[in-house]
Ligand binder design. Structure first.
Ligand code: DGY
Length: 320
């Protein structure tokens, strides 16, 4: 008998087909809307495997209902949506999809850095709104990227890829990480510094840490006050790493110059969120890994992980 699995979002047919060869598949057939919680609660009771997105909160309540569940395959590198400790305690395998999204996410991070520095979105809106009356010397002037200092907090795979891009733009790169990375320092000519030093000396601060209890509000009022008044904060990791209230006030007071945000504490970010009222905030709807090829690769990897775990083989990427 084929094992039963549930997929929490409509995925490309090529991904679903490979799962159907091995498993009895049920899937939430909407692309733009997450599966309602009450449906997920029903579905999870009957399956051995679930392929889920970061939009599903796999918490204690849900895991208590999942009596047959053996595998949670998360189609994301981050897994803060899952109660990992409880899954481990229950002997449920959790897998994720790193590597395949590294370069795409680094591209987007660098795009957001450039867009924020050179006010790209604001300038485009300015033109479309008919505000462009003439060329003028200081109109829509931004911050230079070339020759500036980039500080990366969290030097994992994506952090390294961002650093590589920065080198091509003639930037100096500082980093802070739990453990020093001598290999990366040598290969990419990076300088390790304490976190406060990084905040004080960087023109751009890019956050590349996972979201955990330790990194919640890692960037708050104190940290923002250490940054240069001309500096820009870029967050493509998880919204909760930044205290959004503190960020709003820092941007209003001019403690920092701008922010580029792909992620928010609550997603989708409510349209009346104070940060969305600010001219110096460039925002995106959590699209770090959103290239066609990368999303297909993530789906395929999530499917492979799920199949391998259900066959009692070692998944390619295992969290617990
Ligand atoms: C992840 O994988 O964690 C990203 O946030 C979405 O691709």
């Amino acid at each position: 008998m084929k094992p039963k699995i549930y997929i929490t979002r409509k995925l490309p047919a090529s991904v679903v087909c490979q799962l159907e060869e091995i498993c009895e598949v049920r899937m939430w057939h909407e692309e733009e809307k997450p599966v309602p919680r009450e449906i997920l609660e029903q579905e999870i009771m009957n399956v051995e495997g679930i392929l889920c997105m970061l939009t599903e909160t796999i918490d204690a309540d849900l895991l208590e209902k999942a009596k047959k569940l053996k595998v949670i395959s998360n189609m994301a590198v981050g897994y803060n949506n899952i109660d990992i400790a409880l899954a481990k305690e229950k002997g449920i395998t959790v897998t994720n999809t790193p590597d395949v999204l590294t370069e795409t996410t680094a591209d987007l991070t660098f795009s957001l850095l450039m867009a924020s520095a050179r006010r790209i979105v604001e300038a485009s809106d300015y033109l479309r709104k008919g505000e462009w009356q003439t060329w003028s010397p200081m109109q829509l002037t931004g911050q230079d990227i070339y020759g500036s200092t980039l500080g990366i907090i969290g030097m994992g795979r994506i952090g390294e890829s961002v650093a590589r891009r920065a080198k091509g733009f003639g930037m100096d790169v500082l980093y802070h990480n739990r453990n020093r990375k001598p290999e990366s320092e040598k290969k990419l000519n990076l300088t390790y510094v304490e976190r406060d030093t990084l905040l004080k000396e960087s023109d751009f601060v890019v956050l590349m840490v996972p979201f955990t209890d330790e990194t919640k509000h890692l960037i708050g009022e104190r940290e923002l006050s250490l940054m240069k008044k001309s500096s820009i904060l870029i967050n493509t990791a998880r919204g909760g790493i930044v205290d959004e209230n503190a960020l709003y006030h820092a941007l209003v007071k001019g403690d920092i110059w701008a922010a580029g945000l792909d992620v928010f504490e609550t997603e989708p970010v409510p349209l009346d969120h104070p940060l969305l009222t600010l001219r110096n905030v460039t925002t995106l709807p959590h699209i770090g890994s959103a290239s066609i090829q990368t999303r297909v690769n993530m789906g395929n990897l999530a499917a492979d992980n799920l199949i391998l775990a259900l066959q009692d083989k070692k998944p390619k990427y295992i969290v617990v």
